[in-house]
Design a protein. Sequence first.
Length: 386
Amino acid sequence: MTDLASRQVEVPEGVIDLGVGQPDASVLPIGLIEEAAIRALSTPDPEALLQYGADQGDGRHRLVLSRYLASAYGVDVHPAHLVTTNGTSQALDMICTRLTRPGDVVVVEEPTYFFALGIFADHGLEVVGVPMDDEGIDLVALETVLVESARRQTPARFVYTIPASQNPTGLTSSWDRRQELAEMADRHATLVVADEVYQLLHYVEGPPPPMSALVPSGSVISLGTFSKILAPGLRLGWAHTTPDLALHLAGSGLIASGGGLNPLVSGLVTEVIDRGDLAIHVDRLREEYQHRVEVMDQALRTEMPEHVTWSTPTGGYFFWLRLPEGTDGAEVRRRARHHDVDVREGNLFTTGGTLREYIRLSFAYYRGDDLVEGVSRLARALHSAL
Ligand SMILES: Cc1ncc(COP(=O)(O)O)c(C=O)c1O
């Protein structure tokens, strides 16, 4: 990265970085945002967009968003339950600021989204990993951790889960597991923080209802973002929880001083939702990503050496590959770079380095031929590592 970089990731010329979990330029809705900006600034009260905003987020934005979520998720959503955020990353930071103190315990799935680990570290939290099985987080192991942390007088403040099309595994937790998780959190007087960034990006059939459906139980904060369904640069998302907790989250010193988060952008996005353009755009994204899943799946079937296994993702951005026994994902990544392709090694997503034999590939940043070429380069690197 140079000092004057504009993007988070700059992939060197000639390299195919299958590690990048971001949308490529072809799916960024530049026209929609441009039209929405013009409409938003022609509304009866355009000055509100340029003023300090309401603490919990602009009222009309939360109303329009609540209607969209109710229809997309099939659950009841009320604006009083929503807080505007700068996206899921900032929402996690806000939750840590408002609900934890340094030294507190938080529980994560193993593997988990590695940037969340950085946010928890910023707040001096002790992170405890709990394994997953093919239905979601292992509840027996979780209960042991919750009991043990309470016994040590450091009760877990929350359990962080990514229930739909998980990053990195692509796994969607079963509905039973989600319900039991919320019940267990309730019994142990802790919260579930459900990072639902991929909830709307499902390609095969609808995923189980979002954790938001369990918000009335009082033990769930469900996080959504426009990063995956419109554009990451908007830095806009929402937290969905009980009205009391929503007010508490929005009661930070930061918001008291700066007003609600991102009034201008939330005004633009309100226009995109209100005209029905978001729903149409999300349908297009699903179609495009489903196509990429098929392309990458076929390329993997053709190219991967024996004993490399994966489940075809039904949503989200990622393939999670299990390498032949004894193969080190970090070493495969090193070799892959010599072949001008990059991936992310499994251990990046762990707290304890327990997933050495895995790598994560993303299909979000490249289309057709590049995906096929990337997989072919990776296959060459893997053959040289086995
Ligand atoms: C699981 C997960 N959570 C959060 C984020 C970041 O979301 P946002 O852009 O809303 O901060 C990502 C982005 O890749 C993600 O995969």
